[in-house]
Design a protein around this ligand. Structure first.
Ligand code: HEC
Ligand code: HEC
Ligand code: HEC
Ligand code: HEC
Length: 181
């Protein structure tokens, strides 16, 4: 009897996660996958904006001399580009089993750093319907304050080089609206 009940609970739990959409299995697919559909000039070419931003080279920065110096001052045991203390803001640091084949940590702060892991929302049919996309894990930003809050998860005094974060100026440098055609 006990066994039957545990089995029932196990099945119920499994169905709950599979059915809930934002399943625990939402994986990071990487910028190469996102950009397949987000590189047309008519729709704002988000890939180009990102490529030209500092975010695209955030991982590479950790291999620089400046980074080696910071890592040494902090007494890190590993190089900056292998230290969670630095990677946490300069790249996506998810569990290996949450990284899809095309994902590359060297792409630094990527689309999914701000939009959420995309394996469940990247399909065309889901993407075209904002409500569905959000249900499948796309991060929802209700207003500019919510966007600013997201920026500040990395742009804060825990950054060894932090000076200040002026949201409006910084957002203007990287925003990538879809132009209305
Ligand atoms: C198969 C094509 C495709 C892929 C792959 C794709 N998208 Fe999209 N995405 C779309 C389409 C189509 C829209 C709807 C708007 C439009 O027509 O440009 C959209 C809309 C969006 C929006 C705006 C949502 C809204 O309505 O406010 C975001 C943000 C977004 N995509 C991010 C991503 C990210 C991040 C990835 C990678 C994880 C990704 N997309 C992968 C096709 C795609
Ligand atoms: C996951 C962490 C993370 C998030 C979230 C993030 N950033 Fe960054 N950002 C970085 C890192 C790391 C750098 C430094 C990259 C480098 O120079 O190698 C950076 C650099 C920048 C730069 C270039 C620096 C400069 O002074 O011109 C701008 C602009 C910027 N971010 C804007 C934003 C905005 C706006 C948001 C929110 C929409 C945001 N960032 C969210 C990590 C993040
Ligand atoms: C809390 C998030 C965060 C952490 C942790 C972090 N960084 Fe950064 N890093 C940033 C952001 C955001 C920027 C860009 C704006 C700034 O300087 O604050 C940046 C910029 C840099 C720059 C470029 C500065 C410039 O003037 O171009 C270097 C170098 C750097 N980080 C190295 C490191 C190293 C090495 C570590 C680990 C010891 C580290 N960062 C940890 C967020 C972080
Ligand atoms: C530093 C954070 C950050 C990064 C990196 C980033 N985005 Fe965004 N993106 C945002 C925010 C914030 C918005 C505005 C709020 C929203 O529409 O969700 C946005 C908006 C969008 C939109 C909707 C534009 C519109 O006007 O409807 C698309 C599409 C999009 N991003 C795709 C991408 C793709 C593709 C990448 C990677 C090549 C990317 N983003 C990288 C934060 C980011």
């Amino acid at each position: 009897m006990k066994y039957t009940i545990s089995l029932f609970i196990l099945i119920a739990v499994t169905f709950f996660f599979v059915g809930s959409g934002i399943a625990a299995d939402n994986k990071y697919v990487g910028v190469k996958t996102c950009s397949m559909c987000h590189k047309s000039d008519a729709k704002g070419n988000q890939l180009k904006v990102w490529n030209e931003s500092a975010h695209a080279k955030a991982f590479t920065t950790l291999t620089s001399e400046a980074s080696a110096k910071i890592a040494k001052e902090k007494g890190l045991k590993k190089p900056a580009s292998e230290s969670p203390e630095c990677l946490t803001c300069h790249a996506v640091t998810a569990d290996a089993k949450l990284l899809d084949k095309g994902f590359d940590v060297k792409d630094g702060v990527q689309c999914e750093s701000c939009h959420g892991a995309g394996s469940n929302y990247k399909a065309m049919g889901v993407m075209k319907d904002k409500v569905k996309a959000i249900a499948a894990g796309l991060t929802e930003y209700k207003d500019e304050a919510a966007i600013e809050k997201q920026c500040k998860t990395c742009h804060n005094e825990k950054s060894p080089t932090f000076k200040e974060f002026k949201f409006k100026t910084m957002w203007d440098k990287i925003k990538h609206p879809a132009k209305k055609s």
